[in-house]
Design a protein around this ligand. Structure first.
Ligand code: NAD
Length: 497
């Protein structure tokens, strides 16, 4: 279920305060919950602006202590039978099912997404535990004769080593499980740094991993308001062997530079600017449904969110009319209310950025069909918006919007649509709607992205290799590929005897 279809969902059966109070609000180092050296961080509910929790603020020295623990645990975890590692992940998945309501409510409270979407994220995030629990026992090597016939060639895979996992605020659970599960399955230990805005879900998840039987020190969590200094300290320590980051491209570029100094293995899941193409032969009902998912899921705050709607000129008026009717009917409010489909943006800064993008587009000639403004009050809400008459040079087309703003451009021919789609430094995902199978095949080849939704508005799936090209990142998470981000290949030659 997503923003487009969440009306009538059940309210949470749980008490908000009790769920918040159950979160261990400290750093997890070597299996113990400990205070941070820097004091405390306040976590706010973006729908009210009120502080809902206070958690530990870790220092760079705390980060090094976490890495000490991860390094100590590395050899033992790598030597733990893959079946045992897989079964701990499986147990974690089972516990997540049992605690589904707690995790869903936590995410709604700290990040704002509607409860029905938070429940969907628990299911999606949990799938990485299940998938990689299954993959843990399938890490294979290769054996064969050297071409000269004089030697045997043996290729084995082994864990990279301690990994630093940095996650964003928009999918607090799924972005953590998408990194932690393959790392653990491969035999790597980890230091996890959740986003400062949404640390509670990761802290609760770390406790769940302990409850599932994960040995001490294998996963450590450091929350910090000084992300840059913490990352610098951890990434300059030679015991670290891997960094996996999901977040914005500018921070990713900074981390890549730091990673270069220690020649660390890197996985980067960065920003996007997804095109959403609607051709003249598309089934418009399917395209509108896809648009609502691709744009309004997670309040528009997804790296995979459709950023540029490129619609054939012959169907554009009809498409705009239909999406405008749907968008104008979306219900905005605190995500805990069952009828709400659009929650708040993550903070005030996000509201200011969205207002600027809409104002600049309108000043450059775009037309607001519905919405267009921030909503006054304590929460950081923005009206679900449709902008028509948008052009490729507007900032709303060039920047990642990350808000419930659907911006429509028009095109006349397929080559023009492809050129517009590719005219960005990003390359995460593209969506295309067409009834013509041959055109669909051409688009798969022609569009420069790591992923594509052909007549669908969401592609995320634990069994699929998620990731981008160009400035959207390096590496893949999920699928058969995901575990390889945490494995090194070792080749051995031995004489034929
Ligand atoms: P962000 O880059 O601001 O923060 C991501 C993480 O990096 C957080 O944990 C943050 O605390 C930390 N961080 C911030 N500054 C840092 C620094 N100087 N050094 C080290 N760590 C630092 O991103 P965000 O606002 O949390 O997330 C939104 C962005 O993430 C969007 O650009 C979105 O497209 C992207 N994203 C990408 C994917 C993907 O899979 N490609 C998935 C989700 C989000």
């Amino acid at each position: 279920m997503t923003a487009a279809t969440t009306v009538g969902t059940a309210p949470s059966p749980l008490d908000e305060r009790a769920v918040l109070d159950a979160v261990p609000g400290r750093l997890l180092i070597d299996g113990e919950w400990v205070d941070g050296e820097r004091g405390a961080i306040e976590v706010a509910d973006p729908s009210t602006g009120l502080v809902i929790a206070t958690i530990a603020d870790g220092s760079p020295a705390d980060g090094i202590r976490a890495l000490d623990a991860a390094s100590r645990a590395q050899a033992g975890w790598a030597a733990t039978a893959p079946r045992v590692r897989g079964e701990i992940l499986r147990r974690a998945w089972e516990l997540l099912q049992e605690r589904r309501e707690q995790f869903a409510l936590l995410m709604t409270l700290e990040m704002g997404k509607p409860l029905a979407e938070a429940r969907t994220e628990v299911d999606y995030g949990g799938e990485f535990l299940r998938w990689f629990g299954e993959e843990a026992v399938r890490v294979a090597g290769r054996y064969g004769p050297a071409p000269e016939g004089t030697g045997r060639m043996i290729v084995t895979q082994r864990p990279v080593g301690p990994a630093y996992l940095v996650t964003p605020w928009n999918f607090p659970l799924a972005m953590a499980t998408r990194k932690i599960a393959p790392a653990l399955a491969a035999g790597c230990t980890a230091v996890v740094k959740p986003a400062t805005l949404t640390p509670l879900t990761t802290l609760a998840f770390a406790q769940l991993l302990l409850d599932a039987g994960l040995p001490r020190g294998v996963v450590n969590v450091v929350t910090s308001s000084a992300s840059g200094e913490l990352s610098d300290a951890i990434m300059h320590d030679p015991r670290l062997r891997k960094v996996s980051f999901t977040g914005s491209t500018p921070v990713g570029v900074q981390l890549l530079k730091t990673a270069a100094e220690q020649v660390l293995r890197t996985s980067m899941e960065l920003g996007g600017n997804a095109p959403f193409l609607v051709f003249e032969d598309a089934d418009l009902d399917t395209a509108v449904e896809g648009a609502m998912l691709a744009k309004f899921r997670n309040i528009g705050q997804a790296c995979t969110a459709a950023n540029r709607f490129l619609v054939h000129e012959s169907v554009a008026d009809e498409f705009v009319a239909r999406v405008t009717a749907r968008v104008a009917a979306l219900r905005v409010g605190r995500g805990t209310s069952p009828e709400v489909q659009i929650g708040p943006l993550v903070d005030r800064r996000a509201v200011e950025t969205t207002s600027r993008l809409v104002e600049e587009a309108v000043a450059a000639g775009a037309v607001v069909r519905t919405g267009g403004h921030a909503i006054a009050g304590d929460g950081s809400f923005f009206e679900p918006t449709v902008l028509d008459g948008v052009s490729a040079d507007m900032s709303v087309s060039r920047e990642e919007i990350f808000a419930p703003v659907l911006a429509v451009q028009r095109f006349a021919t397929e080559p023009e649509a492809v050129e517009l789609a590719n005219a960005t430094e990003y390359g995460l995902v593209a969506y295309a709607f067409t009834a013509d199978a041959a055109r669909g095949q051409r688009l798969i080849d022609a569009i420069d992205t790591g992923m594509m939704g052909l007549n669908v508005g969401v592609v995320s799936n634990a069994a699929g290799p998620f990731g981008g090209v160009k400035q959207s990142g390096l590496g893949r998470e999920g699928g058969l590929e995901g575990i390889h981000e945490y494995l090194e290949t070792k080749y051995t030659l031995t004489p034929m005897g």
